[in-house]
Ligand binder design. Structure first.
Ligand code: CIR
Length: 257
């Protein structure tokens, strides 16, 4: 059974980093309910949630996806682009250590896990305001011996690559082509978000189901028309912190005993 590593919402969430959104009040209790429903959905889909305690000093620490890239063979701790988020990796290192060899991106490189989209043994890495060339090159160097290739993708107008492109079925990408070029994904099937729902490209594929925010009904319709199974989640409070559905978990298979 895969582990879904997550972290409770920090009481300091209101002080989260924001890049493309205006700050709006966040209802912490409602955010916690959304997070609990998210973890329940992951459990229903066959994961075992492992939930680390909240840290009041780390406002964005619920968004664990950004702190590591976890593959079958090893994990790479990131060095998040936002300095306020760098201490988040400490607890994640401890949580991953029993399951994987843990390597790390070193200064001065920066990398956020939200910029890493894995399709088979190819990793697309967004060049965003959070992830730089050095971080991407370090990742490529660490993973080349394990047979992974890394490919840089320019991202503009959104926070991370996975704000603009996510896998919704094997070989199928949900994309907002205003924020990322289609060309790197040319060999894959692409589904465009509805133009009225630019934030609708972040989706979490798990066990044949697409976990998807309930705030993008037109894009959801496009997924359903393509025969995909979609389970909707309420994410309005976490969206105010610029979070999506991929960002609240790191999902990986347990290491073989
Ligand atoms: C940040 O700006 O870092 C957080 N407020 C949101 C991070 C969301 N991460 C993700 O989608 N992978």
């Amino acid at each position: 059974m895969p582990i879904a590593l997550a972290r409770e919402i920090s009481p300091g969430l209101a002080r989260c980093e924001l890049t493309h959104l205006e700050r709006r009040p966040i209802d912490l209790e409602a955010a916690r309910r959304e997070h609990a429903a998210y973890l329940e959905a992951l459990a229903r889909l066959g994961c075992e949630p492992v939930v680390l305690p909240a840290d009041p000093q780390l406002p964005d620490s619920v968004f664990v996806e950004d702190t590591a890239v976890v593959l079958d063979e090893l994990a790479v701790l990131t060095r998040p682009g936002a300095p306020s988020r760098r201490p988040e990796t400490r607890a994640i290192r401890e949580a991953l250590a029993p399951h994987r060899e843990v390597l790390a991106i070193e200064a001065p490189g920066t990398l956020d896990g939200g910029d890493v989209l894995r399709i088979g043994r190819e990793l697309f890495v967004g060049r965003s305001s959070r992830s730089d060339r050095d971080g991407m090159l370090q990742l490529a160097e660490l993973l080349a011996p394990r047979g992974y290739s890394v490919r840089a993708v320019e991202v503009a107008g959104c926070l991370h690559l996975k704000s603009a492109a996510c896998q919704v079925a094997p070989g199928t990408i949900l994309i907002n082509a205003d924020w990322v070029d289609r060309a790197p994904f040319r060999s894959l099937e692409l589904i465009d978000v509805d133009p009225s729902e630019p934030f609708g490209a972040n989706a979490l594929l798990l066990g044949g189901m697409v976990l998807y925010p309930d705030s993008f009904p037109r894009t959801r319709e496009r997924l359903v028309e393509r025969g995909l199974r979609v389970e909707e989640l309420e994410t309005s409070e976490l969206q105010k912190a610029e979070g999506g559905v991929t960002c609240c978990s790191l999902i990986f298979e347990r290491a073989a005993p």
